[in-house]
Design a protein around this ligand. Structure first.
Ligand code: HEM
Length: 178
């Protein structure tokens, strides 16, 4: 996983908790890389999982909640860092429907070693179906990112989530009146 994800995570922990908490969870997780993350480096995604588990133990906030909150947060960072991805995109569902063919397709050009998930997306009427698949099983992160996308566009999204097979999580996303 790209280092930017780690650095954004640790920044979030510092801002929402403290710099001591960052040191503590690094000590607890004891990542093999040594935790000197740089945004362009690439690290084992398990190190991120281990730090989230450590944070969960220390804060007594469930792991899934922490990962979802991080997903929402990191969307705001992406939106700031990659404004061109938002040019001419009218709403959240249009943005989300292009995650595989447009957004992550550009991401892989910028970072050829990025490990991205697979999203199969299609509309049923006004509802967007997003089938998520990844060997890293970051459905909670995906849910947080989808929420963050709604917030970015100032929209109220209803997100339903079902594991439709061992490897595929389906997000059914629709816009509800604010
Ligand atoms: C401007 C918007 C976005 C950018 C620039 C972006 C970029 C990235 C990058 C750089 C990674 C890390 C890849 C790696 O570490 O190797 C990533 C991972 C991921 N992205 Fe996006 N992303 C964006 C929006 C979204 C949205 C809206 C979703 C959800 C629908 C999403 C779902 C994910 C997930 C779940 C992962 C974790 C990897 C995995 O599941 O295997 N991303 N993305």
């Amino acid at each position: 996983m790209k280092g930017m994800v780690f650095t954004e995570f640790l920044d979030m922990v510092e801002n929402k908790f403290s710099a001591d908490m960052v040191d503590d969870i690094i000590d607890d997780a004891n990542p093999a890389s040594g935790a000197a993350y740089t945004s362009v480096g690439t690290y084992d995604h398990q190190e991120l999982v281990d730090m989230v588990v450590a944070l969960s133990k220390r804060t007594e906030i469930p792991v899934d909640t922490l990962v979802k909150v991080f997903g929402e947060h990191v969307f705001t960072i992406f939106a700031t860092n990659y404004p061109s991805f938002f040019a001419d995109v009218p709403d959240a569902l249009t943005f989300l429907s292009g995650i595989e063919d447009i957004i992550h397709a550009e991401v892989i050009k910028l970072y050829p070693d990025a490990q991205l998930p697979k999203f199969d997306c299609h509309f049923e009427g006004e509802t967007l179906i997003m089938d998520y698949q990844s060997p890293r099983h970051f459905s909670d992160l995906a849910e947080g990112l989808i929420k963050g996308c709604g917030a970015h566009f100032g929209e109220n999204l209803q997100i339903e989530r079902n594991d439709i097979s061992a490897n595929v999580t389906r997000f059914t996303v629709s816009r509800v009146a604010a």
